[in-house]
Design a protein around this ligand. Sequence first.
Ligand code: FMN
Length: 179
Amino acid sequence: MSAKRLSKLDAPKVLKDDERVMNDNDFIVSKTDTKGFITYCNQTFIDMCMYSQDELIGANHNLIRHPDMPRIAFKLCWQLIQSGEEFFGFVKNLRKDGGYYWVFANITSSVDTNGNTVGYYSVRRKPSKKGLEAVMPLYKQLVDAEKQGGMAASEALLADFLKKNGTTYEELVTTLQAM
Ligand SMILES: Cc1cc2nc3c(=O)[nH]c(=O)nc-3n(C[C@H](O)[C@H](O)[C@H](O)COP(=O)(O)O)c2cc1C
């Protein structure tokens, strides 16, 4: 483990419009403790985010949080996984060099033999191109809403969007990934 626990405060401040696209059959895997500190990462994760294993183990997962991601997405994620449900979502991640990569993520709880949550487990695959085309403008609107009116504004905007489209968050993202 590196001497210092890295977090989003250590992430690059200068962003590059440089995308690294996941391979069709690759999976990015990481595990965290119950607070989101990384306890395991696979080689594909290391290759994609450009941090070393030493830098990643012990770091907070928000190290790779991209500012284009709406806060509401992570609120929803933590609400779901802390209540024992799984999360699916499109996530833009920030690489160590300031570039980015998109994933379609699934996060589930890791439970011990007594059923207690001991951490979380995430597997990401290549996101659908059509799904991303739909998600990018929605995330932009959500981020703008958060700048204006905080999380309450993006929460209301997302609820309105889902209602208008007659869908739920999970149905929306799984349908988009299947496109
Ligand atoms: C297992 C697991 C994997 C996660 N993977 C990511 C990830 O790849 N990218 C990301 O930005 N946040 C990820 N998160 C969410 C982060 O813990 C955090 O909520 C998010 O980066 C927002 O951080 P902030 O609220 O400090 O800005 C993950 C959380 C868990 C539990």
